[in-house]
Design a protein around this ligand. Sequence first.
Ligand code: ZN
Length: 279
Amino acid sequence: MPELPDLEIIAAVLAPRVVGRTIRGAEARHPAFLQSTDPPLARMEGRELTGTGRRGKYLLFHLSGGLLFAVHLMRAGWVWHGPSRYDATKSTVFRIALDDGTDIRVIEAGFPKLSRGWLLTGPEEGPLAELGVEPLDEGFTLERFAGIVAGKRRQIKKLLVDQKLIAGIGNAYADEILFAARISPFRYAHTLGEGEIERLWRAIPEVLRWAIAEIKARVGDGLYQEEERSFLRVHGRAGKPCPECGTPIGEVLLGGQRTDFCPRCQHVDEFPGRARGAG
Ligand SMILES: [Zn+2]
């Protein structure tokens, strides 16, 4: 599933291709895709695409007149940009036709199709209204983060992926952030000391910015179908040696999701029985 770094790259790659173009039409090609009814999709016609962006795990298309189209790619959606004359396949769930003869398409193969879109009249509407703080914004201060963590009797990883608290971090980058901060994903938030909270707070934007640079170095100006994750240090590396200490990376299911960590660097043995090394 695309997370903040992936969506930052998609928005940045799309911008020079599509910003400034006028929209000829927009069409939802799968009945579940469009989640908004007012304003109607036809309201996009004739508007200029003034910018691309991201909020949380939503890809944003800013339109003239203050309208905004938000896309959530969910698990398997991806964005395609190319000539409108190429036939849209069954996998095309949404398309925006531009005046230069190109389309922006949301593609999702297989079933069920989970990607969704909303035409909104502002950045605080629809699903965007529920999102927490942006971790790369100036507003993500240590004080703010400490307030998010304070007194929460929840495992810290579950807190990091809660979009209503902090927007944009998912399963993979939560693992990477916790590894960078040397904190066990199983720790309860209310048990973290001041030093640990500060370490975690610093690790969040550091890891996300590092990932953006790593992805950019690999994909260049291209749009890609699969998330680029080959550079990750713990996530998806169960059983392989920790890049810091060589201990095999451990893996457990946490809330139905794969959680990968270094038992040694992240002091997971502080919580015996909750986790074990892979294999
Ligand atoms: Zn380690």
